[in-house]
Design a protein around this ligand. Structure first.
Ligand SMILES: *[C@@H]1O[C@H](CO)[C@@H](O)[C@H](O)[C@H]1NC(C)=O
Ligand SMILES: *[C@@H]1O[C@H](CO)[C@@H](O)[C@H](O)[C@H]1NC(C)=O
Ligand SMILES: *[C@@H]1O[C@H](CO)[C@@H](O)[C@H](O)[C@H]1NC(C)=O
Ligand SMILES: *[C@@H]1O[C@H](CO)[C@@H](O)[C@H](O)[C@H]1NC(C)=O
Ligand SMILES: *[C@@H]1O[C@H](CO)[C@@H](O)[C@H](O)[C@H]1NC(C)=O
Ligand SMILES: *[C@@H]1O[C@H](CO)[C@@H](O)[C@H](O)[C@H]1NC(C)=O
Ligand SMILES: [Zn+2]
Length: 664
């Protein structure tokens, strides 16, 4: 039977729609399927071995001095399973960027050349002659020094000219480029069939001139019998405790041990999150001391801040600072960053270009083409080292990796091999290598455990001295071995940098000499740290001091009164600092209370409490003797909001207040 034309159309349409609906339905079903499968990632695979901590195992210490005792927790203490509560299922699997289908790798970059891989092009069914390839330069757009906005470090553009790529190998004199190829024959005529970004460290002429003049100076000053300053390379991994390196970077640690790097067991954070800790090891100051010098408000550009790369630069080094998450980079997160590039090699414009490409996450990219983002950064670092070596100039590199660990502290295991391989190549150069972090896991279920409290405060830190330095300065190596088991902090790393600079260039006037009233904290790792060093004498605020084991208090009787007093001080602080858009917090419950009796400092109380409305969990550290009035909050910058933010505080704009606010 033939239906009238009209009905036939409706009929077809209906079938078509139903078909689409079914496809969408199955798509979601399959998505749920993968999600569930991944959700069931066997915890036993992630936590290979688990240990129950017992009383006797906690009696041994990794740091044990007359003033500081840090217990020797097992890296696989069973509480580490709680780390998974913050990981997305996708964080617990390797994205395997190398195996991505439909992503072409037709070209690659050496330190200076762009090379076409004809084999790859043929393998994907194309020929070089049937392609038109060219590149746009990725340019940093700078704003005037006297008229800028908070976006000043985040604007790039592509050059209007597309430079043709004619040869299968050609020298590139631009720093960052975006290549694309168009098919010049059917069936994909005029379609873009390949696109990729490349970075080439470029020495500009002026810098080259400065290097040679600096070399002359170095010979004149002749400050040291050993005349060639080493490269200094920092590999920083955000949110990575000492023990997490032992769990998740086993190959890397094997290489470090193999080349004779030294682990700093008592390395302690000095601020809550990334920025204050970074400032500590790059300037020797705390943020409060730096603010009046160059950072009155977060919106101020940091061009005038005395970051130590300027001292390295003055000492004839080529410098570089590199971060893998441009949208949340240490100097840029809620801050303006730099109006002018702060170092000779500044990868940020390239990474902003990466973020403009299609990608799987809004805030970061795990894969760039068929590379891991870390792979791109490490290659760039290697190219920078090569560039320095060709110019006979030492190199200072500050690199910071956050993609692999920031969301899920279990994930660095997927990049362990990459980092280990990089370290093996660095071993062949005259390089002082620092593998470090800023802090451990800072909030969530694991952080609420006894081990979590310690790991937060004790970031990983390894220092490697190249053979030439060990031979010429045997006392440096001895000091490192002694300091390995002493209390230390980010401030000491800064002092180590200036110690190195002064050793090779005693004519360089360090930036710190222009601010003599600000006393730089810490001391060089290349000299023995006193046995009786305390957190106070090391410049570590008592809220981050891990030297005295917290004693748990029973929440009853007199103890309860003391804890309630402490909680009242914290509630009052919140009340006074929350804007009127937020509900007044009331104490719901004190979950735990601990006390540390610190010599000379007094009693430090750590309380965990829930407040209403919103069921917010806070950890507050207070100093006091237990009287109602006696308590002072030690963590004023950041009362730690420990539990997940379920309900966004849209009524306030400050990100810190947001975490404390239950909008009315
Ligand atoms: C406690 O732990 C240590 C080290 O993990 C182990 O050698 C010891 O047998 C344990 N003791 C008890 C009583 O379980
Ligand atoms: C070029 O491509 C081929 C085929 O994929 C690959 O085996 C080879 O390693 C590539 N060459 C370089 C230098 O990357
Ligand atoms: C190079 O040296 C000149 C003067 O010696 C100085 O003005 C300039 O800032 C230096 N350039 C760089 C990039 O450091
Ligand atoms: C590091 O370098 C030293 C000396 O050059 C060499 O003996 C050692 O095998 C190297 N180690 C690694 C892991 O490459
Ligand atoms: C450490 O000991 C030295 C020498 O005994 C002493 O001068 C110094 O004050 C002590 N430091 C602290 C922080 O107690
Ligand atoms: C406080 O708590 C500790 C540890 O639970 C207990 O030993 C002590 O007796 C308590 N003190 C008072 C006054 O309740
Ligand atoms: Zn951090």
């Amino acid at each position: 039977m033939k239906l009238p034309r009209f009905y036939r159309r409706v009929h077809l349409k209906t079938i078509f729609c139903a078909f689409i609906v079914i496809i969408i339905f199955y798509y979601f079903l399959s998505m749920r399927g993968t999600y569930n499968n991944q959700n069931q990632v066997d915890l036993r695979l992630i936590y290979e071995e688990l240990h129950q901590t017992n009383e006797s195992s906690l009696k041994s210490y990794i740091v044990s001095t007359s003033t500081c005792n840090i217990p020797d927790f097992h890296p696989w203490d069973s509480s580490v399973q709680l780390l998974s509560t913050k990981c997305e299922p996708s964080d617990e699997v390797d994205p395997k960027c190398h195996e991505r289908k439909n992503v072409r790798r037709w070209m690659y970059g050496t330190a200076s050349d762009l090379v076409v891989n004809l084999t790859e092009i043929h393998a994907s069914g194309y020929s070089w002659s049937a392609l038109h390839c060219c590149y746009h330069v990725i340019e940093r757009v700078e704003q005037p020094l006297d008229n800028y906005d908070t976006n000043a470090d985040s604007v790039i553009r592509y050059s209007s000219k597309c430079h043709p790529i004619k040869n299968s190998r050609q020298r590139v004199t631009d720093e960052f480029i975006r290549v694309y190829c168009i098919a010049t024959s059917v069936p994909l005529l005029e379609d873009v069939v390949y696109r990729e970004l490349f970075a080439f460290p470029q020495l500009d002429k002026q810098v080259q001139g400065n290097i040679s003049s600096s070399k002359e100076k170095s010979q004149i000053s002749g400050s040291s019998s050993f005349n060639s300053p080493p490269n200094v390379v920092i590999i920083g991994i955000d949110t990575n405790s000492r023990l997490n390196s032992h769990r998740r970077l086993k190959k890397t640690l094997e290489v470090l041990k193999g080349i004779g790097a030294v682990e700093m067991f008592g390395y302690t954070k000095v601020g809550e999150n990334t920025f204050p800790n970074t400032v500590a090891f790059l300037t020797g100051m705390d943020t409060k001391e730096m603010q009046p010098l160059c950072l009155h408000s977060d919106d101020d550009p940091q061009d005038d801040c005395p970051y130590v790369w300027k001292d390295f630069k003055n000492a004839g080094y080529l410098t570089s600072t590199i971060e893998d998450v441009p949208y949340a980079a240490g100097f840029n997160y809620l801050k303006t960053g730099f109006l002018r590039k702060p170092c000779d090699f500044y990868l940020r414009p390239f990474l902003l270009g990466v973020m403009m490409q299609p990608r799987e996450h809004v805030w970061f990219a795990k894969c760039v083409g068929r590379y891991y983002i870390e792979e791109l950064l490490l290659k760039y670092m290697k190219d920078v080292l090569d560039t320095g070596s060709k110019a006979s100039s030492p190199v200072f590199i500050h690199s910071w990796f956050a993609v692999m660990s920031h969301h899920c502290i279990n994930s660095p295991r997927f990049r362990d091999g990459l980092i280990a391989t990089f370290l093996e190549t660095v071993n062949k150069t005259n390089t002082v290598l620092i593998l470090m972090s800023d802090h451990g896991d800072r909030y969530g279920k694991f952080r609420e455990t006894a081990l979590g409290w310690y790991e937060d405060k004790l970031p990983t830190m390894w220092i490697y001295l190249p053979p030439a330095l060990r031979e010429n300065f045997p006392s440096w190596e001895q000091s490192l071995r002694i300091n390995s088991r002493r209390l230390s902090s980010h401030f000491d790393l800064y002092q180590t940098f200036t110690h190195l600079i002064r050793t090779f260039r005693n004519d360089v006037i360090l930036q710190e000499s222009f601010t003599p009233t600000v006393r730089r904290k810490g001391q060089s790792f290349l000299e023995p740290i006193p046995e009786n060093r305390t957190c106070e004498s090391a410049g570590i605020p008592s809220a981050y001091c891990a030297c005295t084991e917290p004693q748990t208090l029973e929440i009853s009787g007199d103890n309860k009164t003391v804890l309630l007093n402490a909680a009242a001080v914290a509630i009052t602080f919140l009340e006074q600092n929350l804007p009127k858009e937020c509900a007044k917090p009331v104490l719901k419950e004190i979950v735990s209370g601990k006390v540390m009796k610190m010599p000379r400092v007094g009693s430090i109380y750590v309380i965990s409490m829930y407040t209403d409305p919103g069921n917010f969990l806070f950890e507050v550290t207070l100093r006091g003797d237990g009287d109602t009035k006696g308590f002072v909050i030690e963590t004023l910058d950041d009362l730690l909001r420990m539990n997940k933010i379920e309900r966004k505080a849209n009524c306030v704009s400050s990100p810190v207040i947001e975490r404390y606010c239950y909008c009315l």
